[in-house]
Design a protein around this ligand. Structure first.
Ligand code: PMP
Length: 457
């Protein structure tokens, strides 16, 4: 009898090559609780990445589990053709929190589909297929979403029917304006935007931007950049779409939505959300001003968007988040974590910068003694952290050279300290390995077979 093939081999045999996996020995997670997950070998890990992927509050949050199973036992029929109480309730909650006046909410099943819908609305409303997007951005995997994704590692085609113009400003730490102070940087990006608009033919539909770039490596412009952009956009009637798929729901600590760091800009015309709101259930959506949402003059339907089971999860999760002030927790615990990581990284040549807001923290790695991004060091740290019992992510425009830390928002101080210590040890290991190589002038070798495609999520 032949040996059964392991799950990794079976994955490779039937799933696309471009569905890249983290780790040399990819991980199979079997269950989770709170801020911890377990693998198929029974090993426990502190999860410093699941917060961005799907687990906004906590793994297996009892209220969500209860709401999902109760709803599943009641009715599974899904269609937007009938009244759906959990959908109306979640829409009311999100509209109220969005800051958008006279807001309408449309539910989808993913962030990609949410951005697709926002593009359908913006292009129809403005009767234009021209979109402004940020360099190094990520907005999803559909044909239209890859067409507005500036990060080439995540945009496999140039055949989009959208005309996309990429604007400076999403990445602060690298590029031609990196040496400028906040005010100069903002002025340079606004001048770039004005110059670009001067060269377009006809109207532009919208600017879409992540307030903090997620896949792009947790990098943000100075506060107020989007307020400055907005002034220009409004002169041309151009809409502003804030992609809050990673920054929404209080993750950045100081604000409930990422756009609020640009307060003077007021609310965007549309915002998109997904990921953590369902705590594992597939919910995405768009919030838009009523005149924009209602600009479509044909019928539409969504079979699974807003289905009762996912909406029950979203309501339970959001109520928990608000009642336990998890935004405040993100601010407090995230602040401590940032400080602890900054002091642990002081003096490590492999670390270029530790940055972040709330529980969205990035550690950018370079070849020691240079400014060259080091995806190899990031892979080594990821593996070493896993060995130490900690899961983290990576991203960034340079083939995944930024470590990404985004735990569930209920992270405790003790867990933050434990995770920071494991990560500090992993970073010291990488520093030792790469500083040694820098001194010997040898080339770096990564520990994993990662390609640029495995840099983020
Ligand atoms: N926008 C942003 C900012 C994202 O980070 C992602 C997912 N990484 C998406 C959109 C797409 O979301 P989904 O994977 O749910 O389609």
């Amino acid at each position: 009898m032949t040996e059964p093939r392991d799950l990794h081999e079976r994955h490779r045999a039937v799933l696309p090559d471009w569905l890249s996996l983290y780790y040399e020995r990819p991980l199979e997670l079997t269950h989770g609780e709170g801020r911890h997950v377990w693998d198929a070998d029974g090993r426990r890990y502190l999860d410093f990445f699941g917060g961005i992927l799907t687990t906004m509050t906590a793994h297996a949050l009892p209220e969500v589990t209860k709401a999902v199973s109760e709803q599943a036992g009641r009715i599974l029929h899904t269609s937007t053709l009938y009244l759906d109480r959990p959908m109306v309730e979640l829409a009311e909650r999100i509209a109220g929190l969005s800051g958008i006046p006279d807001a309408r909410v449309f539910f989808t099943t993913s962030g990609t589909e949410a951005n697709d819908t926002a593009l359908l609305l913006a292009t129809t409303y403005r009767q234009s297929n021209q979109i402004l997007a940020m360099r190094n951005s990520y907005h999803g995997r559909s044909f239209s979403a890859v067409g507005i994704t500036g990060n080439r590692a995540w945009s496999p085609t140039s055949l989009s029917p959208l005309q996309t113009l990429y604007v400076h400003g999403g990445v602060r730490t690298r590029g031609p304006y990196a040496h400028l102070d906040d005010a100069e940087f903002t002025a340079a990006c606004v001048a770039d935007l004005e110059d670009m608009l001067g060269q377009t033919r006809g109207g532009v539909a919208a600017l879409i931007a992540e307030p903090v770039q997620g896949v792009g490596g947790f990098t943000a412009p100075p506060d107020g950049l989007y307020a400055a952009f907005r002034e220009v956009l409004q002169q041309h009637g151009i809409l502003w779409i804030s992609d809050e798929v990673q920054t929404g729901w209080g993750r950045t600590g100081d604000h409930f939505w990422g756009w609020q760091a640009h307060g003077a800009a007021g609310p965007p015309d549309m915002l998109t959300f997904a990921k953590g709101i369902g705590n594992g259930m597939s919910i995405g959506g768009v919030v838009a001003r009523a005149d924009i949402m209602n600009c479509l003059d044909a019928n539409s339907i969504s079979t699974f968007g807003g289905s009762p089971v996912t909406m029950a999860a979203g309501n339970a999760n959001l109520i928990h988040l608000l009642e336990h002030d998890l935004q405040g927790n993100a601010r407090r615990v995230g602040g401590l974590l940032l400080e602890r990581l900054r002091s642990a990284c002081a003096g490590l040549g492999v670390v270029r910068e530790v940055r972040g807001r709330g529980l969205m923290i990035g550690v950018e790695l370079v070849r020691p003694g240079t400014d060259e991004p080091s995806p190899e060091a990031a892979s080594l740290v990821l593996e070493a952290a896993r060995e130490g019992g900690l899961l983290i992510g990576k991203g960034g425009s340079h083939l995944g050279s930024v470590l990404r830390i985004a735990p569930p928002l209920s992270l405790t101080v003790a867990e933050a300290e434990e995770g920071a210590d494991i990560l500090a040890r992993a970073l010291r290991t990488a520093d030792g390995a790469f500083n040694g190589q820098a001194a010997a002038g040898t080339s770096q070798t990564g520990t994993s077979q990662d390609t640029e495609g495995s840099a983020g999520q």
